[in-house]
Design a protein around this ligand. Structure first.
Ligand SMILES: [Zn+2]
Ligand SMILES: [Zn+2]
Length: 147
């Protein structure tokens, strides 16, 4: 049980910090227009944890479901009742062990980028429901729920 991983992260100025416990449910890349406009980069790289595995400190502003630091504008997380989506670049330790498993909105991928080998490719959002219900995902051994 002591091997449950806990990753910390935060915004650029440090006003907002967060932690996620256990391994993410899934990791992906998205090339959609919303992600571009929200982050300013040509794609976003994110990982999704069950909502209960996510804790945050600090004050955030939000636009729709996307939250960000009101001081530095750093994106923090997208949170709903079930899940928390974290931009993996906001983690404190480089997320080399969080390799994306899929790509979304590949029609909008820049022509000078290539599909990430070994990842599932989606024209738009994931056309799950095969793995779309996080309740069906078995948590990794030793995962600890934080309530
Ligand atoms: Zn900040
Ligand atoms: Zn997107």
């Amino acid at each position: 049980m002591s091997d449950t991983i806990r990753r910390t992260g935060g915004c650029l100025c440090g006003g907002v910090t967060f932690a996620v416990t256990g391994e993410p449910v899934r990791v992906g890349l998205c090339h959609c227009k919303d992600c571009r406009k929200a982050g300013g980069s040509v794609f976003s790289a994110f990982a999704i944890w069950p909502r209960r595995a996510f804790e945050m400190t600090g004050i955030v502003s939000s636009y729709g479901t996307r939250s960000f630091c009101p001081t530095c504008g750093g994106r923090v997380a997208w949170v709903d009742d079930k899940e928390a989506e974290v931009m993996i670049g906001s983690l404190d330790i480089a997320p080399s062990d969080l390799a994306p498993q899929y790509e979304l909105w590949i029609g909008r991928r820049e022509t000078w980028l290539h599909a990430l080998p070994g990842t599932k490719q989606f024209a738009h959002d994931r056309d799950a429901p095969d793995d779309g219900d996080s309740a069906a995902v078995t948590p990794p051994p030793g995962a600890v729920a934080i309530d």
